[in-house]
Design a protein around this ligand. Structure first.
Ligand code: GDP
Length: 871
């Protein structure tokens, strides 16, 4: 079997020009610089997948006798080798056939045939014989394919039967359990019930007449025999146990039958019951089905395959992939190694199960009703965020009894005359961006606190950027108006520069002057919030299964994991089962912000939850599910998926991510930037110049800009918005660097404005991608056609324009119409093979796989050049 599979060969097999295939592969993320270089086994798999997905040619490839070894998966290959070898008696026989066939194609071609030409046996007995063998081999392959399909079909039927039996058994078990519960006066019944719970299936139920009829001792024994054979060992202990259990319920029988049938299926060999003793080892290993996500570590894969990590490493090594146990391999590689090891890879089901679950929750046709707004307070340090939150909490949270104290649980809600408002009481940007980073859109509106004596400061601007990036409306609270140097109008004017326009200036941003110290104007702020939320028309389902987001969480010494969640849909009640991030549990108790136990919480209401299996992360979502089993399953699926995503994220490159994401959208693309500079003037100039690069295809979006070093908040903004950070004569501080490194943010430093523009142009051009243009480099007129036994049809030509190159693709034109596109087989000047022939020179051209060339035809030689689309 040839090891030297190349893209060029593959192109031949799928009947596509090499360049075109290379292009398609590049689009699919597989770059091959040299079409003649041997491809590795991992690449083979990727190619196989690609062909199956995109090309749809795999089937035809697989039918070609010469092809399967080259690109089909190894397991198929093995099967084919076995079959061919079995019929032929040796493996080399098939190799010989392959070689012979190649020769035939060439030779028949030389005589003007097309490879399928019928050969008169009398004229050429050797070729006729070879062709006959080829036909035979084709037929055998076809028969083998059909046999495989048939076997799969039978297997599917058997599996369906097993599932049916198991289902029936479970139903019967449930009925029996119910009967046993009714018949609760015997201690034995209860014991049996316990056992059945343990097994999760049927249990002996002598009282059930239906089970009694069918489950005679003789039958039980027969099953016992089969069971022992399947496990491959005579287990005296189990024999004794089974022997003592004469009354088998139908459920037991079904289960055991299924074990036996499954065992037989797994062996894929002759029926063990016919081959003899219980000492027979299975003839083939158990085929495991493993779910593989986007990426997996070698260790995790080995665990799923029940193999030693080293075995997987070894197999990877054989396939040309160097990986250690702790390393992550991508999906395709994992699939290949799994199949190479004789197991079966299946798509990870986590997503489906979960999305189905979530769809069920979200898709409920529930009545929607207005819900309270959820507010975050942001602003520059010392401008009074904490004071404002405290004032509102102190004066507005209903503590119930006199002297009751409010607790900091991460959020609280207040009742005003006009409605309820929920505040997230972790002021600052980190909380806001972290939530957003996790995709949790919690905040309906931002209250931007600006001290009237201090005015707009860097973090004020940052907050504006965050709110804008999150598409969250703002209300400005101009604080500290009790101070003598308070200047609210200066604040309003300063904000204008940041496109925050007060209503009195014709804008749509509400601005409230207040004092968090005296409480003056605070009620106006609450009114403004209610008004804004009415405009937003916030709605949610007030009843039904709850879902929402974790705001804060901690491990409490006495109470275990405690999470403050904000209900976004439905009603969360005590006793509900929920999945919360990768945790799950049953709501043991709910507390509000005053520390009082509550029975439930509806939309926009924060509540503290007890009863989770572990501490979830802030920003995790939660959802109520039907039962604990489901909660646990989903939590576990999420955990493994989260791990996979982390692996993928850590392996990926941010900028590439962005490009990949943008690469194929037809609509306008967006490149987000966060620009920080040392001087205001530079920053403005940069911003304008960069945004000016936008056009129909790409929008350059400066989502954040400012003067000063790159802060953690800038980095967070870049993470959430997938932005590239540009530092002009400024650097990232330590905490920003941490975020940048952890999230693979694309950070670039500059000190020359033109460099910034150049680089952004380049990035934007990359986003736009490349364009392939065709250039005709030469044409030749066919003057005469010779037929050579060695080279087939050779066209005697005169190069009339440019140059004809052996390595470039060609087209044959007749009456200015393309009748063939392909490659040159040979290019000669007199007797010498040459690489190129220039204008006004005669030459001989042999066209690969084309013999129909005629005098008068024009051969056009062209090349495809990739041109970077630029702005
Ligand atoms: P934060 O950093 O934004 O949370 O600001 P704080 O709430 O901690 O307030 C910073 C300082 O400003 C504290 O000393 C507060 O007492 C003071 N402060 C806050 N609001 C007001 C106000 O309305 N009037 C006056 N005079 N002082 C205020």
């Amino acid at each position: 079997m040839s090891q030297q599979t190349t893209i060029r060969k593959l192109a031949e097999l799928v009947n596509t020009p090499v360049d075109k295939l290379l292009e398609q592969l590049a689009e699919a993320g597989m770059k091959f610089s040299d079409p003649d270089q041997a491809i590795t086994s991992v690449e083979k798999l990727k190619l196989h997948n690609f062909l199956r997905r995109a090309h749809g040619k795999t089937a035809s490839v697989a039918e070609e006798p010469a092809a399967p070894g080259k690109i089909t998966l190894s397991r198929t290959r093995k099967q084919e080798i076995t079959v061919t070898g079995g019929a032929k008696g040796s493996r080399s026989a098939s190799t010989v056939e392959v070689v012979t066939r190649k020769k035939i194609t060439l030779r028949t071609g030389a005589k003007g045939g097309d490879g399928a030409t019928k050969v008169d046996p009398a004229l050429d007995p050797e070729r006729a014989e070879a062709l006959r063998k080829l036909e035979e081999s084709r037929a055998r392959n076809l028969a083998e394919q059909q046999a495989l399909v048939e076997r799969d079909r039978q297997r599917a039927e058997e599996l369906a039967e097993i599932q049916r039996l198991e289902r029936e058994a479970a139903e019967r078990a449930a009925a029996e359990a119910a009967a046993a519960a009714l018949d609760a006066d015997t201690g034995a019944g209860r014991e049996d019930a316990g056992k059945s719970k343990h097994h999760g299936h049927a249990k002996p139920a002598p009282a059930t007449p239906r089970a009694g009829d069918k489950a005679g001792p003789a039958k039980g024994k027969a099953h016992r025999g089969s069971h022992a054979m399947v496990s491959g060992v005579e287990d005296d202990d189990s024999t004794a146990r089974f022997a003592g259990k004469l009354h088998l319920s139908a459920g037991d029988r079904a289960r055991r039958t299924s074990v036996r049938t499954k065992g037989r299926l797994q062996k894929r060999g002759p029926d063990p019951s016919r081959t003899g003793t219980g000492f027979n080892k299975p003839t083939a290993p158990v085929v495991r089905e493993v779910a593989i996500g986007e990426a997996i570590t070698v260790a995790d894969l080995a665990q799923k395959l029940a193999l030693k990590g080293g075995d997987v490493v070894k197999m990877l090594f054989k396939m040309g992939v160097m990986a250690t146990i702790t390393q992550t391999i991508d999906h395709d590689t994992a699939v290949l190694v799994t199949e190479e090891l004789g197991h079966k890879a299946v798509a990870a089901v986590a997503d489906d199960a979960e999305s189905e679950l979530l769809a069920r929750v979200g898709g409920d046709q529930r009545e929607l009703a207005p819900r309270p707004p959820v507010v975050t307070i942001m602003g520059h340090v010392d401008h009074g965020k904490t004071s404002l939150l405290d004032y509102i909490r102190r004066t507005k949270v209903a503590t119930g009894e006199a002297g009751g104290i409010t607790q900091h649980i991460g959020a609280y809600h207040v009742e005003t005359d006009k409605g309820t408002i929920s505040f997230l009481d972790t002021p600052g940007h980190a909380a806001f961006t972290q939530m957003r980073q996790r995709g949790a859109r919690l905040t309906d509106l931002v209250v931007l606190v600006v001290a009237a004596d201090d005015g707009v400061m860097p973090q004020t601007i940052e907050a504006i950027h965050h709110a804008k990036a999150g598409n969250v409306p703002l209300i400005v609270a101009i604080n500290k108006i009790d101070k003598s140097d308070a200047d609210p109008s200066r604040v309003k004017n300063d904000l204008l520069a940041h496109e925050i326009v007060a209503e009195e200036f014709g804008g749509d941003v509400q601005m409230v002057e207040l004092s968090a110290k005296t409480g003056l104007g605070v009620d106006d702020l609450l009114d403004a919030i209610i008004l804004q939320s009415e405009v937003l028309d916030l709605k949610a389902a007030p009843e039904g299964r709850a879902s929402g987001v974790v705001i804060e969480s901690a491990l409490d010494k006495g109470r275990g994991p405690v999470a403050t969640v904000l209900v976004q849909q439905g009603r969360l009640s005590k006793g509900d089962y929920l999945v919360c991030g990768i945790q799950y549990g049953r709501v043991r108790a709910l507390f509000d912000e005053t520390g009082r136990q509550v029975a439930d919480a509806g939309p926009s209401i924060p509540v503290q939850v007890l009863g989770l299996s572990g501490v979830p992360d802030a920003g995790d979502d939660f959802v109520v599910v039907a039962d604990e089993r489901l909660a646990k399953d989903v939590a576990q699926q999420r955990e493994s998926r989260r791990r996979e995503l982390r692996l993928v994220a850590s392996a990926g490159n941010r900028m590439e991510d962005i490009m990949a994401q943008m690469g194929d959208g037809a609509a306008q693309q967006t490149l987000n930037l966060v620009v920080k500079a040392d001087v205001h003037g530079t920053m403005q100039a940069l911003r304008e110049a960069l945004e000016g690069l936008s056009n129909d295809q790409i929008r350059i979006n400066v989502i954040g800009s400012g003067v000063g070093g790159i802060t953690e908040s800038d980095a967070q903004l870049a993470v959430t918005s997938k932005a590239t950070v540009i530092g002009f004569n400024v650097r990232a501080d330590a905490s920003a660097r941490k975020v940048i490194e952890a999230n693979g943010v694309d950070l670039r430093y500059f000190s020359i404005i033109y460099d910034v523009i150049d680089q952004v142009k380049q990035v934007a051009s990359n986003v736009l991608g490349k364009e392939v243009r065709e250039e005709i480099i030469g044409t030749a007129e066919v003057r005469d056609v010779f037929r050579s036994s060695k080279f087939g049809a050779v066209a005697g030509c005169m190069v009339t324009e440019g140059v004809v190159k052996k390595s470039k693709p060609i087209r044959v034109l007749r009456d200015n119409t393309v009748i063939f596109e392909g490659e040159l087989e040979s290019l000669r000047r007199f007797k010498d093979a040459v690489d190129e022939v220039r204008v006004n020179t005669e030459c001989g051209i042999g066209v690969k796989a084309y013999n129909d060339v005629q005098p008068g035809d024009v051969i056009e030689c062209f090349e495809r050049v990739e041109v970077q689309r630029t702005l």
